[in-house]
Design a protein. Sequence first.
Length: 261
Amino acid sequence: MFKVRPDFDEIQASRPQFRRDADVKVSQPPNPAWKEGDGANDGGESLKKDHVEIDPYAAGRPVASNYKLLISGMVPRPIALISTKSADGETTNLAPFSYSQVINHDPPLFVVGFVGSLEKAKDTLKNLNETRECVINIISEHFVEAANATAINAPYGVSEWETSGLTQAPTSVVRPARVKESVLAIEAKLVETKEFESRAVPGKKSSVLAIVEGVRFWAREDAIDPDQSVLDLKVLKPVSRLGGISYGRTTDAIEIPRPQF
C-alpha cells in the first residue's frame, strides 16, 4: 500500500538517528539587551538584502508555485489531525491538515482550509459538512509516522485508522472518535463554511474554509497543570509542518516578555 522512493531510503539511512530523549531547552533571546527602538538584532545585515516582487496572478505563473512558496515560507504550521465520521456512521476518516489554526478562545474557534469544493468534497470535508462534527487531534513526536500515514490518497470508505494503526478513543459530545495517542484532542462542531473561487480558473470553486467550535478538550493527565489551563511542552512535544515533506519538532524556545506602554 505504501510507496517510498528507493533514493529517499538511501538519503534517510545516511542521516543521524532521531533523538527521542531530546529535551526542550529555553535559551536567551538573540539580544537580551534589546531596548525600545533598536529594530532588528542582526546589526542591519537584513537591510542590505534586496527582495523580489512576486505577483501570485502573473501570466504564466503556475498555481503550484504559489503553493510551494507559501508552505515553505509560512512555517512552522500547526497540524490538525482531523477525525470525522460519515452521516450514516459506516465510514470513518482520519487526515492531517496544516491549513489550520486556533483563532479565538471565547468561544474556542478553529479554522481549517480544504483544497477543493463543497460539491466535490473529499472525505474529511464531505463528512464534516454533512454531520457538522469532527475531532481535532494534535500531533506529537511519538506518533508522527502514523499521523503521516493518514495522508495517504486512499479512496472514500477506506479508514485511515487501520492504515495508521492509531487507536480510537471515545468522545463525549460528537460522534467521531479521538486519537488516544494524542496528548490534546478537541471535540468540535461546525460553525460555518465559506467557498472561494479560483483566480487561475475563474468560476471554479477551489477551496473551502471551515470554522469549527471546540466543545470538549481532552488533555493527557501528565501534560496538563492542576488548573487545567496549561500544557507541558516537554510532554506535548508537538510536530509542525514545514515545506515539502518536512516536519519540524519543538526542542528550543526563548521567552520575551510582552511590552507595556
